[in-house]
Design a protein around this ligand. Sequence first.
Ligand code: AP5
Length: 192
Amino acid sequence: DHNDAPVFRIVFIGPPGAGKGTQCRRLSERLSIPHLSTGEMLRATKDGSEVGELVASYIDGGRLAPDDLVMKILTRRLEKADCSSGYLLDGFPRNVQQARLMDDYLSSQDEQLTHVISLCVPQEILIERLARRAETEDRDDDTDETIRVRLEIFESQTRPVLDYYRQSGILTDVDGTGTMDEVSQRLLACVV
Ligand code: AP5
């Protein structure tokens, strides 16, 4: 009976390179709930279509895609059956407007977020991690210039989201430095 299982609706917020994707993949397995990355959803629309080209212009420049587009893609995914027992949101909400739109959506479903995790990593480590990834993987937005823009947008648009949630008492700051296993341990300790 699924009704007795705790429901986790967890938001992960952190600058580029903080380890959101890495840690959400692990926690998703551990808690058996889907990992929803708006970045991955948006990258999947880069298919040469008109919408795809528009999205690519935002992502490749390191700027945020339009809120209404992101909400549309995300809510379509949230309506799938596997989200009924919870989910991990990786990289959303990215600005205060998205946080408000998500609250409206949740109220319309009579639901609430259970945790908001702020993954904290100093800038010099972020830059090191992303520069290393640029050497091995193929992310069009891991260039020096785009990394700089992404970090700036985190500070100006996403950091205010933390203040938005801080008042609600569901926000926890988690140290994202050290090994991936160390970070996973800290995260598990604060959700279960
Ligand atoms: P998104 O895909 O969300 O990327 P990001 O926020 O820039 O984050 P990254 O994927 O770079 O880093 P991460 O925190 O997931 O770290 P990771 O685990 O990969 O967004 C991309 C773009 O999409 C945005 O710029 C925007 O244009 C658009 N977008 C997305 N969401 C949007 C929204 N809601 N609204 C509007 N636009 C949106 O780790 C990074 C690297 O470090 C990896 O190589 C990893 O192996 C390594 N690493 C991880 N942990 C450790 C560790 N503990 N020690 C050493 N190395 C580590």
